[in-house]
Design a protein around this ligand. Structure first.
Ligand code: UDP
Length: 336
């Protein structure tokens, strides 16, 4: 089975490429390499000892995208390609609507035209907004609080409409919780431009000495230690969720939505403790104001994915910290 992976050079995309190749799928990768680089795909080839075609294409350009459909026989698509910075999306909403929505429209129109009707879409727990009820189930109320989140929700709604109009499609929407960590080899991981927004890349940059201290955004949340709680999952477990989704879609039609998370929540202070234990490196921190838009607690009920896909996260928070740290050290030594 041949799978087109959009955004395959990115953080989750590159790890998923490894899992797909190791599971015996053939892949074709598209990326515009604005927030990723070709090196990660070279490492995917090195890790798996497999070759695949890479197209340097922006989904916004439908003519370029069509060449991929003309030149390849594609059975399914995994669609990661997306701009992903919440903060940037608030300042440049049009850029986000243009890139994420128009790019996806082009992709889906071509899939329809070329009769490729299996799609796994990379969504996010951001579509639940600041929900109060945890663990979060897939049927929770959907609400978004920033343009990035709205692009994910709009695409989800588009996909539901497409399936309603033509039920020969097979569509899986995966809502990711907080992916962290890196491939165990330390060869691929997350490339962060500038100051990291997310917790784990910030911690590893403090650990390596690139940043002085971690700023903890609020210690007055109604949680056990006052800091925010999230559902962190290892990026390789998340990658495996895509393979499990494709396996199921081989001979089934329908539109399915799954949470991919561990179902366990860790506070910021707990993450620091585990990281220090796993790496032996001290993380200095300072408590500052809450970050606008953050919720107190967010973790998944992943039982639907277990039941339908036979997927569950295997790696624990200790593994996640060890792998994130190995990656940061390699990145700093320019080994990757
Ligand atoms: N966080 C923090 N300092 C940082 C980055 C994040 O205290 O420099 C906190 C944040 O408030 C949240 C948790 O860490 O409680 C996870 O934040 P992240 O941005 O990684 O994920 P998200 O909030 O998008 O789920």
């Amino acid at each position: 089975m041949s799978v087109l992976v959009t955004g395959g050079a990115g953080y989750i995309g590159s790890h998923t490429c490894v899992e797909l190749l190791e599971a015996g799928y053939d892949i074709i990768v598209i990326d515009h390499f604005q927030q990723s680089n070709i090196q990660s795909l070279n490492h995917v080839k090195q890790l798996t000892n497999k070759e695949f075609k890479i197209y340097h294409i922006d989904l916004i350009n439908k003519d370029h995208l069509e060449t991929v459909f003309l030149e390849n026989s594609i059975d399914a698509v995994i669609h990661f390609a997306s701009l992903k910075s919440v903060g940037e999306s608030v300042h440049f909403p049009l850029k986000y609507y243009q890139n994420n929505i128009v790019g996806t429209l082009n992709l889906i129109a071509l899939m329809q035209q070329y009769h490729v009707k299996k799609l796994v879409f990379s969504s996010s727990a951001t579509v639940y907004g600041n929900t109060q009820e945890v663990p979060i189930k897939e049927n929770a109320v959907l609400q978004t609080i920033n343009p990035y989140g709205r692009t994910k929700l709009i695409i989800e709604e588009m996909l539901r409409d497409i399936y309603t109009s033509d039920n020969s499609w097979s569509i899986t929407i995966l809502r990711y919780f907080n992916p962290i960590g890196a491939h165990e080899s330390g060869l691929i991981g997350e490339h962060t431009d500038g100051i990291p927004n997310n917790l784990m890349p910030y911690i590893t940059q403090v650990a390596i000495g690139k940043r002085k201290e971690l700023r903890i955004f609020g210690s007055d949340y109604p949680t056990k230690d006052g800091t925010g709680i999230r559902d962190y999952l290892h990026v390789m477990d998340l990658a495996n969720g895509h393979v499990k989704s494709l396996n199921k879609m081989k001979d089934s039609k329908g539109l399915f939505t799954y949470n991919l998370g561990t179902g366990k929540g860790y506070s910021v202070l707990e993450i620091i403790q585990v990281f220090e234990k796993a790496t032996g490196v001290n993380i200095p921190y300072r408590i500052v104001e809450r970050r606008h838009g953050d919720s107190a607690v967010c973790y998944a009920d992943p039982s639907k994915a277990l039941k339908d896909l036979e997927w569950a996260a295997k790696r624990d928070i200790f593994d996640m910290c060890v792998d994130a740290w190995r990656w940061e050290k390699n990145l700093n030594a320019s080994k990757v």
